[in-house]
Write a new protein. Sequence first.
Length: 482
Amino acid sequence: MRWPVLWGAARRSLGFRLALSFLVFFALLLLLIGILFRNTLIRIQNTQMQEAIEGDWAAMKGFLQIDGERVSWVTQDLDDETAYVLARLQRMLLIADSTGKVLTISPSYGLLGPESSEEIQEALRSGQVYWRIRQDPWGIRYLIRSSLLESGNRRYYVSLGRPLTMNEAVVARFTWQYFLTVPVILITGGVLGWLLTRRALRPLQDVVRTSESITGSNLSLRIPPRGAGDELDRLIETFNRMIERLEQSFEQMRQFTTDVSHELRTPITSVRGHLEVALMSARSADELREAISTALEETERLSNVVKAMLALSQAESGQLALRREPLELASLTEDMLDQFRIPAEEAGVRLASELSPNCVANVDRIQYERLLANLLSNAVKYTGPGGEVRVGLKSERSEVRLWVEDTGCGIPPEHLPHIFERFYRVPQDNVAGKKGMGLGLSFVAWIVKAHGGRIDVKSVPGKGTRFEVCLPKVPAVASVRS
Ligand code: ADP
């Protein structure tokens, strides 16, 4: 891999970018600290140097004797230490009179060059103390103190100083040592930071790897949570929940496709069979008509299955929005019962009801009617002549209870857990001509769930079945429509 490619890949890595940001931040911080320390060191050294020169100045006044233009020093009875002090302060010294004429100048000062007589006169006029840094031809720098000195009613200009060599060497040493250590600290810190962020972000790579290996046929994969309860664990949980939801909807889709193809195959084969028989073996127009009419009936059934399937799939995929409003369910239920009186009478089934008034629930009118129609049509369909279907409605503390019970054939216990599944039908040996689609109760289950309610079924084979639906109640509502 070429460098630009590597650099590009590294820049896209979160760990690398994090480590780099910290590195830049610490580099700037260390640079700032270094500059701050260096300046403080220089300031302290300058102050110390000024104090030392002030000491020289005070000592010099004790030894110096100026008489007119004659400069002499008190040198009798000096101990070694004092002699050393005197010799040192004479090393960088210039004395001039008030006209600017140099009376004495040390050889070292001579290398710096004496001040001009104008400068000297100006300094004497102002009476101030001047601090200057001067450099000799070899680049050695000196701190020079210049001011006036009064002796015997005459004014003299005196400059003395010390070399800055030692101070500058200390600063240079500090600078080199500090700025050589900084890169080492930065490189170590950067590598450590990068390793640590890589370690901390490793679960993210797991997320990436897992999501890369997830396909439509491999949705059962989950990322194991680390149990740290941090942001990454929350991300992993969210990711796992998302995959779970995806898996569920994929499963629903798969199931739906299987159900549809299975359900449509039988009627299509049947239509085809009837038409083939008509084409090949029908001899008269009556036989032909009969075959076509049977095929038409099957087509009708096919069309009903498709319509019911589409409605259910729309509902389950959330495309069917509920329009809920507080409704008085007793009158709605009564209206629905009226619609079933004739079919029930034809089937020889008695319809009875016990509907309490003031049963108000927040429901979608159309879906409530659909729910009741499905339960009622099943009850009538699976109850033989002479049987009875009872519908009840009762208002309870927080919900409205609706039940539809019949004295029909009942449902064997092993089938009960499945009757709400799509296309599930109990083999009804004893109920001839009761062929349904097996979609009605799936729709009922969806309607109840969408309303936040629950449904229960109890059945005794040969005795009857009771469906009970509980819908959340609306507390006190100002305007109630029925
Ligand atoms: P279908 O169109 O076949 O009636 P449903 O989804 O409405 O489909 O019902 C599923 C199955 O539950 C039916 O095939 C039937 O065997 C059983 N079932 C539903 N309601 C009753 C009932 N009241 N009495 C007996 N069996 C019932």
